[in-house]
Write a protein that binds this ligand. Sequence first.
Ligand code: HEM
Length: 517
Amino acid sequence: MNATGTSYPWLLLYEHSINRYPEGRSLAFVAIGTLLILIYLTRATSREGDKGVLRLSQIPILGAWNFYEKRIDYLTPALEIPGRSSSFNIRNSKVVVVTGEESRKKFFGHKNFDLNEGYARVYFGQTTPVKEMDPDTAAGQNLNRFSKLISPLIRNETLAKVSYEVFADLDRVMESWLVAGRLNPSEDIYDLVFQLTLRATTASEISNDPSLVSKISRLFWDIERGGCASAILLPWFLSPAGWRRRIALVRLYFLVKGVIDRRIKSGERKKDALQHLLDDGNSCGAIIEFTISALFAGIINTGLSSYWLLIYLDSNREWKKKLEEEVDAFIGRYGTGTGSISSRLAQIPITAWEDELPVMDACISETLRLTLHAVPLRRNMGADLVLGGANIKRGDFMAYPIDDVHLRESFYPDPHRFDPGRYTESQKAEDKAHWTFLGWGAGRHPCPGARFAKLEMKFIAALFMCRFEYRLVNGAGKIPNPSPTPDRNDSQRARPKGEAVYFEYKRTEIRALDTMI
Ligand code: HEM
């Protein structure tokens, strides 16, 4: 409420403009009239037939501003009653938030629910007109496009080859750090992931060139920051972030295209992801789409879970010790050659990394459970249906907040506690209901990058723990109390809530080398 008695900003604006520019009176009337009609239409379309469905707060016309700015908090009321649906609008599109086991099974398993259409609308503001939607050509075709392209990159022999380069990348960056000092995990560990993701999914012309890597990193963050409320909800010309996002997308597209075109033109063959994609007969357009999708689907989740894994470990020293023992024994079994610790780790077979690190696996699952903040999205491409009491018409959108399972006390007792012991056979939440662990997706859309992302996290954790002793400190150099927790509303990095934390580290290869001798 303001001094003139109104809490509506457009009325204030109207009063102000009429006082200053009386000749604009009729224009202002038209503008306000249009605004009121739009408000009426937004409310009318969103409420129709939804009895017992919670309406989440939103700004008239624009819709759910806080879905973009504070997503986890915004969706919290939707989780109060499992099985009840809620809804909100993104401009004129209706989004139904579903919860509970029955809706979860449909959300992840229904053949007419399209993932790409969901994300394109909600995060990029694009949408296909309902009359042009075809469940077979959309939901069906989109299903396996990325998985098909990534398949040559996640074969054992490709991963084995790329692991040498990945460890060399890790070594080079870690070598550039001082012998002892302070790291900011949400920056420094995150940057490692950026390099590794480019190494594994693009061309060596990119991943070998630090200036190109940092150029792509700048474009990537411009595009990511352009996912804010103003860019999606305001008309295109009103948001500078939206503009920057569009420009960055075009520049990224042409940068990647230039690299591919030059490779094709030169006829040169290289041992990298681009070569695999070309040898598989993919078109330049498909490879560009794949490369950009891999960056956006891969970097944020892998980046933040890689650094949170290390934070959780030092905040839970008994697990850090267990993991150190597991990694030492692992290196003792496989990495006994000569050379640096990273070259020995690189020689270890991929299958051993995947099958013989159960403590690491449990720590990764627990880190994902506590940090994952993405909200899976879908669009109903088929007939109208009802989920959790909400009418979901053809063309409507759906969201499923993963906290509905990951932070439910009934599946994960004391849900905010880091406890990798939960994944032992006797305590598995998976036995209590369908799809209670969604760290790597489920149903028709499991994460096709999971294999690579898990290896990346393991490589970083193992090498970091072998090369450095580290402890978590706050800005004053003290152990943070309470232990840090991620701000999951921070959609890009999930930085610690409240005070910043650092790793105080010193270089050491002694622990790992001792075990091997
Ligand atoms: C720690 C890292 C990662 C986590 C936690 C993660 C998690 C997930 C989850 C939960 C989904 C399902 C989303 C949904 O149902 O809407 C998903 C899908 C997907 N992920 Fe990942 N992911 C990670 C890394 C990666 C990487 C590195 C890539 C690519 C190189 C990737 C590519 C994808 C793609 C393309 C999809 C969509 C699949 C489809 O359309 O069916 N992810 N991921």
